[in-house]
Design a protein around this ligand. Structure first.
Ligand code: BDR
Ligand code: CA
Length: 314
């Protein structure tokens, strides 16, 4: 099984991602770190513990990280994810506790242990990248030992938080820029699972009801999340969102990645937080783009077999 750590702001679709990572035999979920994003950090922590406990994974260490972005004031997305940040399902409060380490300390330990054992860790940020940027800045030697980063964020052509930017990158643009720079500096392969593919895997309300009908704690939770997401937007289908970024680790054939230069817009009157994905015919040299430092080169997800990914999640 591939060892993975998830960095989350749980979050309906983060919960869907956690369930997949916690329960699929092809993945070894070795830890989870939390960051403020969709909901304030205390809610994110509680929601994350609730999901892992429902999945029977009290063994997974969960650490709390940054409550706010590096520079900005936090803006949550409770209008999308519910007042508690995870669908207001009135779930039993978790009894499992937090790991005493900070998110950065837990990431550091997990990355080093796996690099030492010859199985470098895949880090999957599904939230604003504040924790990962802090790791890059405080422990660059550990950051360099990450096997791969697959993050949900940005978009080549699609945006949601503003007309220009995707929520996770918009929430902490500096963090995303720091992480992409660090990937370039330390040759850590990085995949961007952005909004161009994010909405493709969907589950129907009927399939959600089928999960509930299983009569298990996980089925109730997963079905409840789908139910809430369908109700929130008054549709018959809900995207599994962040869970798709985990699913492509298991089904790499379902996604078309293209190596492309990516920059993060840090200023701009209306474009702060946009990922500038250079879709021009790019020959590998930057001669036709001489402005400033070279961009990161990122494997950008441009197309996805949403049906296959949703089926895998179900
Ligand atoms: C991202 O923002 C959050 O609402 C989701 O969990 C996802 O990580 C999509 O822009
Ligand atoms: Ca998220």
């Amino acid at each position: 099984a591939q060892p993975v750590v998830l960095d989350v702001d749980t979050g309906i679709d983060d919960a869907c991602a956690l369930l997949l990572a916690a329960l699929h035999p092809g993945l070894d979920l070795v830890g989870v770190t939390c960051v403020g994003g969709n909901a304030p950090l205390p809610d994110v922590v509680r929601n994350t513990l609730t999901v892992l406990e429902a999945a029977g994974r009290r063994d997974v260490p969960v650490a709390a990280g940054a409550p706010r972005p590096l520079l900005e004031e936090p803006v949550d997305a409770r209008h999308v994810h519910g007042a508690d940040g995870m669908g207001d399902l009135r779930l039993t409060p978790p009894t499992m506790g937090l790991d005493p380490r900070s998110a950065v300390a837990l990431l550091r330990d997990l990355i080093d242990v796996h690099a030492d054992s010859g199985q470098p860790l895949t880090v999957v940020p599904l939230a604003p990248m504040t924790n990962i940027a802090l790791l890059a800045r405080t422990h660059p030697e550990t950051f360099a030992r990450i096997g791969r980063i697959v993050f949900m964020g940005g978009g080549a052509m699609v945006s949601n938080a503003t007309a220009a930017a995707e929520f996770n990158v918009f929430h902490d643009p500096e963090a995303t820029a720091i992480v992409l720079d660090a990937c370039t500096e330390h040759s850590v392969p990085v995949t961007m699972y952005g909004l161009d593919v994010f909405y493709a895997p969907t589950v129907t309300a009927q399939e959600g009801a089928g999960l509930r009908a299983l009569g298990t704690r996980v089925g109730d939770l997963a079905g409840g999340l789908i139910d809430f997401a369908c109700g929130r937007f008054a549709t018959d289908t809900a995207t599994i969102g962040d869970a798709g970024a985990v699913a492509i680790l298991l089904a790499p054939e379902a996604v078309r990645l293209q190596r492309l230069p990516v920059r993060v817009e840090l200023s701009g009157t209306w474009t702060r937080g946009r990922t500038i994905v250079d879709l021009r015919d790019w020959a590998g040299d930057m001669e036709h783009d001489p402005h400033g430092p070279a961009p990161a080169v990122v494997d950008v997800a441009l197309e996805l077999d949403g049906t296959a990914i949703a089926a895998l999640w179900l």
